[in-house]
Design a protein around this ligand. Structure first.
Ligand SMILES: [Zn+2]
Ligand SMILES: [Zn+2]
Length: 115
């Protein structure tokens, strides 16, 4: 008793895998070509692009985002909570001096995303 079905599907799989591998290599080659061309100038929004999307302390999206003198962003409540235990920045260890400014850039971005 020969189970031809199994044999056939095995053979097909091998063949399909072969095709897939060929495709993958082709895509890889094409992809590599693309890399050289993707160096576009994004002058428009480079500032917004460098803004973090989450608080370093709670790792959640910002709630009332604030920015320290050393340009690190936290939720207001996270910044204050951390400051009550540690007077240095959570990220870079510079003294924050208790100065947490409203992070207008992030609030603006959040407002834009809320639309
Ligand atoms: Zn937080
Ligand atoms: Zn810092």
């Amino acid at each position: 008793m020969h189970d031809r079905g199994d044999y056939k599907s095995g053979w097909q799989m091998e063949r399909e895998w072969d095709e897939a591998e060929k495709m993958r290599k082709r895509n890889l080659a094409l992809g590599e070509d693309d890399v050289d061309q993707t160096e576009e100038d994004d002058d428009d929004d480079d500032e917004e692009g460098s803004l973090p999307f989450a608080c370093f302390i709670c790792r959640q999206p910002f709630v009332d985002p604030v920015v320290t003198k050393c340009n690190h962003y936290f939720c207001e409540h996270c910044a204050l909570k951390h400051h009550s235990k540690n007077k240095k920045c959570f990220v870079c260890d510079k003294p924050t001096l208790g100065i947490f400014n409203t992070a207008h850039e992030i609030r603006r971005r959040m407002a834009a995303e809320d639309k």
